[in-house]
Design a binder for this molecule. Structure first.
Ligand code: 13P
Ligand code: SF4
Length: 357
């Protein structure tokens, strides 16, 4: 196998040979060895917009996970080809809501007489099928940077009895409802797709303002209240800044909450000498710790036992080199292509998100 310096050289050469034909997008959770080749880095929202804003690029190489590449395919022209360097880069959260389960849930809501007053809001971290379901039923997509605006929009779609079905991340749904919308924990119920009727009675569904799908991120779900308490003891004066995919108790104990872009901006604007414990994916936190050490800002990982997102890490330099060199040879490998009928409705939901005020 070629050594790493060879791979760096090969990636550089392949990108150069492709020139403007290729545009490489990199999510903030990607490895250093990959992110160095990204033309643009960003959170899910920024990357979706960047993909849509590159009509001149024949190939979009998406260094991220499957649902992001699907969204890029939906938002780009049919002639543009989206490549995911490793098809095994999925997302365990997105896998927690299948099209069959969500269709069954809608039947449950219909039987309870609440489907007509329910607006689906689906997190970007969901399959194209779930986005299409959302579009078909008058809903929108959201990301961690616009979840409040998406909920404001959704609640404005109907009368006072309007409720939201939030898919698939219960934590982002609950945190946004309670922190940003002034709803209470009692306004939220959790729909468990593994239980008949979601484990809820018709009365509970009728009384709920937020029906939260029982999904979570396997990385962010592991930060605990203890980790917040420990870091405050270990580092006096530390600011705890976490991603809204963390559990509600963790978010409540933190000083600040925000998407990956928000986390980066907050650190950029922080004064020298400040101390930060960050609760998000480790590749990003390590990069931020290195970058801000030079500005005398101390950045630590919130919980030493939480590890990388294993699927984000599937995209490594060998896979990127393989994808780029294949394009140089005129071969498109690992193309992500959403089927037209799904794309039509998923696009509707994504465009509603892009049009949010
Ligand atoms: P953002 O990049 O939108 O903050 O999302 C985090 C995430 O978990 C992506 O998989
Ligand atoms: Fe999915 Fe969580 Fe990994 Fe993001 S960090 S891709 S939500 S498992």
């Amino acid at each position: 196998a070629p050594s790493a310096p060879d791979l760096v050289e090969r990636a550089r050469a392949a990108k150069e040979a492709l020139g403007d034909k290729v545009f490489v997008l990199g999510h903030h959770y990607q490895r250093d060895e990959v992110i160095q080749f990204a033309d643009v880095t960003g959170d899910s929202f920024k990357l979706a917009r960047e993909a849509a804003a590159r009509p001149g690029s024949e190939y979009i190489v998406f260094c991220g996970v499957h649902f992001m590449a699907e969204s890029a395919d939906i938002l780009t022209a049919d002639s543009q080809q989206v490549v995911l360097p490793d098809l095994a880069a999925g997302c365990s959260m997105a896998d927690m809501a299948t099209a069959e389960q969500v269709a069954e849930c809608w039947d449950v809501l219909t039987d309870a007489g609440v489907a007509g007053s329910t607006v689906p809001v689906s997190y970007m971290n969901s399959s194209a099928d779930i986005k299409a379901f959302t579009g078909r039923h008058g809903g929108t997509i959201c990301t961690s940077s616009n979840a409040k605006r998406a909920l404001d929009w959704a609640f404005g779609q109907g009368g006072p009895d309007t409720r939201v079905l939030f898919l698939p991340d219960q934590h982002l749904g609950r945190n946004t409802a309670v922190r940003d919308m002034g709803l209470s924990l009692d306004d939220c119920v959790v729909y468990n797709p593994h239980k008949p009727g979601g484990g809820l009675t018709a009365e509970e569904l009728r009384a709920a303002k937020m029906i939260l799908w029982r999904g979570h991120c396997s990385v962010h779900g592991r930060f605990s209240l203890e980790s917040v308490r420990d870091v405050r003891e270990r580092i006096p004066g530390v600011n705890v800044l976490v991603h809204p995919e963390c559990k509600h108790e963790v978010v409540s104990a933190a000083d600040q909450v925000g998407s990956t872009e928000h986390i980066i901006r907050t650190l950029e604007n922080a004064p020298a000498g400040s101390k930060w414990a960050i609760g998000t994916e480790l590749n990003l936190v390590r990069r931020l710790a290195n970058r801000f050490a030079a500005e005398d800002k101390e950045v630590v990982f919130l919980d030493k036992t939480v590890c990388f997102c294993s699927t984000m890490n599937r995209i490594d330099l060998p896979h990127l080199v393989w994808a780029l060199e294949s394009l140089v040879d005129g071969k498109v490998v690992n193309r992500i292509q959403v089927e037209p009928e799904t794309e039509k409705y998923a696009k509707l939901a994504l465009e509603r998100m892009l049009a949010l005020p």
